[in-house]
Design a protein around this ligand. Sequence first.
Ligand SMILES: Cc1cc2nc3c(=O)[nH]c(=O)nc-3n(C[C@H](O)[C@H](O)[C@H](O)COP(=O)(O)OP(=O)(O)OC[C@H]3O[C@@H](n4cnc5c(N)ncnc54)[C@H](O)[C@@H]3O)c2cc1C
Length: 417
Amino acid sequence: MATASIKPWIAQKIEDRFGGFRQQANRIDPTLPRKLDQERTVAVIGGGIAGFTAAIELARRGYTVSLFERNTYLGGKLGSWQETIGQGDDAQDVWVDHGFHAFFRHYYNFNRLLDSLDLRKGFIPIDDYMIIEQSGQRLGFKDVDTTPILNMISMAQKGLFSWKDLIFSPAMRKLDPFLRYDPGRTFANFDDTSFEDFDRQAKLPTQLRLAFNTFSRAFFSDADRMSLAELIKSFHFYYLGHDHGLLYDYPTGNYQDTILGPMVEHLTQHGASIHTGQGVDTIERDEDGFRVHGQRFDRVVLATDVVGTRAILSNCPWIHEHPAWADRITRLRPAQRYAVWRVWMDRDMGHGLPHFISTERFNALDSVTFYHHYEKDCRDWAQKSGGGIYELHSYALPDHLVEPEAIRQALLADLVQ
Ligand SMILES: Cc1cc2nc3c(=O)[nH]c(=O)nc-3n(C[C@H](O)[C@H](O)[C@H](O)COP(=O)(O)OP(=O)(O)OC[C@H]3O[C@@H](n4cnc5c(N)ncnc54)[C@H](O)[C@@H]3O)c2cc1C
């Protein structure tokens, strides 16, 4: 009773101490106009969610926007396109997404964008953040306290570590940097150390290691390739830096209908033009501005992935006038390869589980999404057929898995286990 009544008071004190968990990253000059007072054009290169965000913001501020996307579909890693499933009379066109996404509640800027278009009304919350271990045991984060620091105590209560073991293990001293994220210092000290090396020295408790390994792969990196600094940063961003907890929301329809279609409509209403299937190889620059596909622009936004950005800039001789920037781009590396496989099966599994689960992988499988339990079209299909639709993700494919068939076999074998 006493603990229950004192908890909100402690939570409030913690929140006060950390300034409501929000730190302003950019100082905005309120005297500057929000809208342009002269005509300006901008090319946004890359039609993923970063490109859409830039395009919408700039179009709202009066820019004439042209969005260039290499793929024939929009959305990048949040993309959606149509596929035909079944054969003969059973053939049917269905929308598939690039992969299930969790929309966390502390994505303040992105959520503000979605709210400005009234898009989050169709989202539902996941009922648990769950990892299924190889043994079949389930590790759920549902009831973990949402207040930072108190959520660390909850982790102990969930069995992720025991205070007794931790206090007497090398991990205690080693874990200190995890609790003190500082952009400069953390990267200077830990960017050259992998999480695996750190774990070898710190001898983390088994459950805590499992949670961090899963977490590491969610960023497309196995533990031996994950920068410890990145992991610490992400731990603060996702766990210690806000009071929304690990639960998240997601749409109940495909991304085309629920997110991308309305965004395209909004952009078009603001006079933007959208060019799919138009990869950009280079950006020319002269005193008059920039040229993309022969068209002149006042400004260019590069919203491409690492590989795309490096490829475009390697064809731009003017980048050498900006050596520090060129050096940063050259040093960027893509994350590991990933795989997403959506499977239509003759059976319905996964009842009693959240719609999305992480798994302690055997070979390749890192998560399973039970689409037929919540996505509108998939539910309809499952009801008619009695089957189920599953999406299997591998976020960091083992190097030896290259051929699609070998990847599918590995994912399926893990799912069966
Ligand atoms: C399977 C999977 C699951 C994920 N789950 C989550 C999740 O649960 N929660 C979460 O927060 N994040 C998740 N992510 C990460 C998230 O999808 C990405 O962080 C985000 O979508 C990146 O958006 P972006 O616009 O920066 O890049 P991208 O989506 O990669 O978009 C870049 C775009 O640039 C285009 N492009 C590249 N080169 C060129 C060129 N030369 N000319 C024109 N266009 C070009 C590409 O085709 C692409 O469309 C997941 C990612 C994957 C793959």
